[in-house]
Design a protein. Structure first.
Ligand code: GLN
Length: 485
């Protein structure tokens, strides 16, 4: 049961072939069996999940079939940077290791209202800073396709849990690629919606002008279903956009005839692994056979995207993370004779090395003498990147690239060199800087590890992205592969 997608399970639930309690037990059993190897979760909410499953079953028996929301009774994992009332929310950081939020993030409220069953909180890089979960302050997560490889990050726990069938679907957050890159590494579908589409209320902030919540699922249909639940205006998030939201399931049309797809030259050249490039070219051929028009497009500003991101994101992070001072919530150092020492020691003990690095980078970039040279300059380059996209979207309906330059790397391969780790986000970062929607979906394997195809859309045009992705998926079977574990 736990190997199926949400839309397949919905059918079985509504027709009373299975119950949500049975399904939730199957998922919890799977967690018992494989979690020793994968370690996707920070917290498993076993008892609460079974209660929610029971409630879902009564809802299914009471409501007429057509009024049962599609996610009713479906087990879902929530990334551990989204607040869950009464349930530990650590952001995989020692500084929040004992934090139990008094409220739910808006997305969690929406997921609960849709009747889904929350089975646990997924591991991540501390404060979502990283690309491998090696920066988790609690423990790493392992890639279900190859336990020697990382699952990607920062939503590595969410992606691994979906790939290992330890949940049916999951939420992630994406600041510079944190939904798409782990989706690519774990062979699942990951979607970052347009900035402003999904409320960030209750999402523990990393870089507020870039953060966006989205789905990680086994196929594109489930992505559309979860999108329908997550999106919408929220007065509690001032950057949430008050625009009508379409029904994303209606965008699932198996047709790309005459769709103009620009493939990004800079992301198919130097620095991209040969096997990845070969798989992407195969995918391009497939889309061409299906009637799309593929044309090369150049994005000259991309050269500066990683540098720009690593000024803007740490600058915002240094400000956002100032609140962890041992006074309001979270860890407080016991070693303190006065207030200042308490601040110092709390932050020294509570934050991991990467988070400290980002706070220092950000503080430096924002300091009076360097603000113009670094932070302000980065904002200007951000505009150039957006202009490259604007130009491209005058000609093309969607853009295409690999999601990551390589397959999942091995543990420890990049930890000694932060730059090597940062560079691995080259294909995803520009999209966040421009606030655009983009999906990653499976398109091949190398050394038995998955490869991801990225499709990028115009702002608020999630539908065309979903249509292109759905068409590719319906005409291939990469998404049906399951790791042996
Ligand atoms: N890997 C990138 C970083 O370390 C992106 C992380 C994210 O999207 N949250 O910042």
């Amino acid at each position: 049961m736990n190997k199926k997608t949400a839309h397949e399970l919905n059918n079985l639930l509504v027709n009373k072939k299975i119950s949500s309690v049975e399904l939730t037990k199957a998922v919890l059993d799977r967690i018992d069996k494989t979690e020793g190897k994968v370690q996707a979760y920070v917290t498993v909410t076993r008892e609460d999940a079974l209660k929610q499953a029971k409630a879902a079953d009564s809802r299914i028996s009471e409501l007429p079939d057509t009024r049962i929301p599609l996610l009713t009774g479906i087990p879902i994992a929530i990334k551990d940077n989204m607040c869950t009332k009464g349930v530990l929310t650590t952001c995989s950081s020692k500084i929040l290791a004992n934090y139990i939020p008094p409220y739910n993030a808006t997305v969690v409220e929406k997921i609960k209202a849709a009747g889904a069953v929350i089975v646990g909180k997924a591991n991540m890089d501390e404060f979502a800073m990283g690309s491998s979960t090696e920066n988790s302050g609690l423990h790493p997560t392992y890639n279900p396709w190859d336990l020697e490889r990382v699952p990607g990050g920062s939503s590595g726990g969410s992606a691994a849990a979906v790939a290992a069938n330890e949940c049916i679907l999951a939420t992630g957050s994406d600041t510079g690629g944190s939904i798409r890159q782990p989706a690519s590494f774990c062979g699942v579908v990951g979607f970052k919606p347009t900035y402003g589409r999904v409320s960030r209320y209750g999402l523990i902030a990393f870089a507020s002008s870039l953060d966006q919540i989205g789905p990680l699922t086994k196929d594109v249909t489930d992505t559309a279903i979860l999108m329908n639940v997550l999106v919408g205006y929220d007065p509690k998030d001032s950057t949430s956009v008050n625009q009508p939201v379409p029904d994303y399931q209606k965008a699932l049309i198996d047709n790309v005839k005459n769709l103009k797809i620009g493939y990004i030259k800079e992301l198919l050249g130097q620095g991209i692994d040969q096997e990845v490039k070969a798989s992407i070219e195969q995918a391009m051929k497939k889309l061409e056979e299906l009637g799309a028009k593929l044309i090369e497009v150049s994005m000259p500003s991309f050269e500066h995207a990683v540098a720009t991101y690593y000024l803007i994101a740490p600058a915002e992070a240094s400000s956002n993370l100032a609140r962890y001072d041992g006074v309001k919530f979270g860890h407080r150092s016991k070693e303190a004779k006065d207030l200042l020492t308490m601040y110092y020691n709390t932050r020294r003990e509570g934050f991991g090395a990467e988070v400290k690095r980002r706070i220092m980078l950000g503080t430096y970039a924002l300091s009076a003498g360097y603000y113009d040279a670094y932070y302000l300059k980065a904002l200007k380059v951000r505009t150039l990147i957006k202009q490259d996209f604007d130009r491209a979207f005058m000609k093309y309906d969607v853009l295409l690239s690999p999601t990551a330059p390589s397959i999942a790397f091995k543990f420890g391969e990049k930890t000694a060199d932060p730059l090597a780790m940062y560079i691995s986000d080259i294909a995803t970062i520009p999209i966040n800087l421009a606030g655009l929607p983009a999906i990653s979906l499976p398109c091949g394997f190398s050394k038995k590890a998955p490869i991801g195809l990225q499709i990028i859309g115009r702002a608020f045009d999630e539908e065309t992205v979903l249509r292109a992705a759905f068409t590719y998926e319906q005409n291939t079977d990469w998404h049906k592969q399951i790791p042996e574990l």
